[in-house]
Design a protein around this ligand. Structure first.
Ligand SMILES: *Cc1c(COP(=O)(O)O)cnc(C)c1O
Length: 398
């Protein structure tokens, strides 16, 4: 019996340049982002400049996590208690969590068979709910048809926030993911595209939104420590009306990230080499189906998703058990109970009256989700797919 021995949660080490920078920061003891000497920027401010330059955005703010970036973005674009926020139903728990945290109500939108938002349902729900806000989560790096999505955003004059936790480095039709709406949010948590343990980044071109976000993030009245910031008048307008939510990034984490950003595009290509190789092989396995991806989408394949459309609930349970016994760790959003990092929308019961979304249920019921860390090689992917094929055949799932 073939068994895979590597760890699906093992990331690469931090580049030595990042370790050196972090040690420098630790030696000075100046870890807090506002604890800098006259004339010194500090790593957090440097990271914001570098990420804004990479994204081509006017402003960037570093934060404690992507979840806090989403929450602060919602508040900064003007979400108030009781407002409605449209959101695709297939996403990760911190996304509905950010909406709940802002006091808003979630309006869940169905997904298509290719895991992306159903634009017909979005159109319908935007009209019916009267929502002004839209939090679009590019879940697991699957970018929906941004042409159609932006048509609806324009039609209803929605304020769009993009959750790009898995699309850092990705583009649609050559335009960077996270630059379509008012705000783009990114994660630098260990399992995303740059690793500082925890961390988040938000970008915008709107000076009013950024001034509020900086104050919300916990700048106190030290916002002049942000080398990339709107003019003082923007802060003057909001500083006494914006609470401090204490969600800053520190110089230690920012120094781990600075050299990773330089390597980001190269890392994305390495992920795609693993992804494309695995996808090609998996697609040939009878019983396994992969959704087509639009040629306008440049994705970052840091994880892979596929469906076993013929499998029943108990067969998927059995499939996960058998692949796990052979060292292949697969996650499942169709589980009735939330497990590990994975939960489906019907377990976010802190929201009242959750709708039933037929296609989301159908798609998630048989969808398998697997990490592809950069510690894996193409040969590892060969073995992983061979094991999946063995189990699919053994269980007669084709
Ligand atoms: C990881 C993730 C987040 C949250 O990121 P954190 O930095 O862990 O808060 C949000 N959305 C998606 C789709 C994610 O995968």
């Amino acid at each position: 019996m073939r068994v895979f021995k590597k760890d699906f949660t093992l990331q690469e080490s931090i580049p030595s340049e990042g370790i050196d920078l972090a040690i420098e920061v630790m030696k000075t003891g100046r870890l807090h982002r506002y604890n800098v000497q006259p004339g010194e920027k500090g790593a957090a401010a440097e990271l914001e400049e570098a990420f804004a330059a990479y994204m081509g955005s006017d402003y960037c703010l570093s934060l404690a996590s992507c979840g806090s970036a989403l929450y602060i973005s919602l508040k900064s674009v003007g979400v108030k208690a009781g407002d409605k926020v449209l959101c695709n139903a297939y996403t990760l728990a911190p996304v509905p969590g950010a909406i709940e945290n802002s006091g808003a109500e979630i309006v869940l939108v169905d997904i298509l068979d290719d895991y992306t938002i159903d634009t017909a349902d979005l159109d319908k729900k935007a009209a019916a709910s009267g929502a002004r806000f839209f939090l679009l989560s590019h879940m697991r790096g699957h970018i929906g048809n941004m042409d159609k999505i932006m048509e609806i955003v324009t039609k209803y004059n929605l304020i769009l926030i993009e959750d790009c936790a898995h699309t850092m480095g990705a583009t649609w039709n050559g335009k960077k993911s996270g630059t379509f709406g008012k705000v783009g949010c990114y994660s630098t948590q260990t399992y995303k595209h740059m690793n500082s343990g925890e961390g988040g980044l938000m970008i915008t071109n709107d000076p009013d939104v950024m001034a509020r976000a900086i104050i919300y993030s916990g700048s106190y009245m030290l916002y002049s420590g942000h080398s990339l910031r709107p003019a003082d008048e923007y802060f003057e307008k909001v500083k006494k009306f914006t609470p401090n939510f204490s969600s800053r990034m520190d110089n230690l984490r920012a120094s781990l990230l600075l050299p990773q950003l330089k390597k980001l595009d190269e890392q994305c290509k390495r992920w795609n080499a693993l992804y494309d190789h695995s996808a090609l092989l998996l697609d040939k396995v009878p019983g396994v189906s992969l959704p087509p991806r639009d040629s306008k989408e440049y994705y970052v394949g840091s994880s892979i998703q596929f469906n076993l459309p013929k499998a029943s609930y108990t067969e998927i349970e059995e499939f996960l058990k058998k692949t796990m016994e052979r060292g292949v760790q697969i996650k499942w959003f169709g589980n009735k109970e939330p497990v590990g990092f994975t939960s489906s929308y019907d377990s976010w019961q802190y929201f009242e009256n959750l709708p039933e979304l037929k296609n989301t249920n159908k798609v998630l019921a048989t969808m398998c989700d697997m990490r592809l860390p950069l510690t894996f090689s193409v040969e590892d992917c060969d073995l992983i797919v061979a094991i999946i094929q063995d189990v699919v055949e053994e269980m007669k799932l084709s």
